[in-house]
Write a protein that binds this ligand. Sequence first.
Ligand code: LLP
Length: 423
Amino acid sequence: MNHFEYIDGVLHAEGVSIPEMADKVGTPFFCYSTATLERHYKVYADAFEGLDATVCFAVKANSNQAVLKTLGNLGAGADVVSVGEMRRALRAGIDPAKIIFSGVGKADAEMREALEADIAQINVESIPELVELNRVAIEMGKKARIALRINPHVDAKTHEKIATGKAENKFGIDWTRAIEVYRDAAAMDGIEVTGIAMHIGSQLTDLTPFREAFTRLAGLVEQLRSEGIHIRNLDLGGGLGIAYQGETPPLPDAYGQMVRETVGHLGCHITLEPGRLIAGNAGIMVSRVMYIKDGEAKRFVILDAAMNDLIRPTLYSAYHEIIPVEEQGEEDVQATVDVVGPVCETGDTFGKDRKLPDDLKAGDLVAVMSAGAYGAVMSSTYNTRALTPEVLVKGNNFAIVRPRQEIDQLINMDQIPAWLGNE
Ligand code: LLP
């Protein structure tokens, strides 16, 4: 459920009309809905009521300060994967005691800053990383609270680029070796073992792989306990999918129930790291039609947004619904079109064979739906296109939460070496 709806035939974000924002902000832009973010957070958090659980929003999905602050105000913590994300979470006012640092490889400087900030936990993904963290912590006279991220060798049955729990994936420590690595960790002076972490993949639309992985995790926790290694935090990662194209992923409640059934008896604190589920359908990308090109084989709708703004369609063959901002009547004629961007690559295509109004014309607005997660955060300046602005709506108000970057700002980052002259 989201708050992007037609009101009197015009698409609105909550109480604000999209054309009104487009006039003020220019296109393209990302638009987020506060009510949707809040609703998703609450529905998800409520699914764990009665359990000792913290919802740490996966900052990688949407790291805008305004989004983080919106969620932080509701009590969300943060799952971060770089020192940059950690600083964003801290600056948005998120309590360090609710920040988890995940990721396959952390640099010394990142470990130092995380220890300095005294965040809740660092999730370690390999033995060399554990050894390094131990060294850094001892040097700083600290003990690093850690979880080991365990790879349960479970197929999440999602897109190959976002599956993380199989033996051939680069993530975590193989579950078959977990006990020995925990033994090593427990003996390290700079390490305090607090938890165990798992994240098997993203955009999962079935509970079965989660159930399999968490059951394996529960078994490990019991085995560790019998060895005197006490795990008090279970970090179950994120990954619950959303509907992009009519999928019917399990509801948070069913997910919560499965969590209770698989690990509820362990009496541990539980950390959850949802990203997409909170932000995905809380954002859209608004773009203006630049040209309609009737080719021999196809009609192309050429937008002013491109793959640099939203890379998911070309990177993962991801489907994003594309709708006209002016509502189409039931009687109106539809055309089958390819919706593309202006970047010089065939891959710069947002959707193939889509139905859009036959009379859609240059200057009209369209909305690319479900762009709130892994949208703006993955954008680039390819083709020297400035980063797209972001707007947050709340009720009848909206605010620009990241202004449009100036093209000159971008060019000015380059430096010409002396030998080329700097005229
Ligand atoms: N925790 C960890 C350790 C993760 O690696 C991820 C996502 C999450 C939590 C959040 O997962 P979510 O709830 O959002 O599924 N760029 C890709 C998605 C990459 C996900 C990477 N890890 C996309 O656009 O589909």
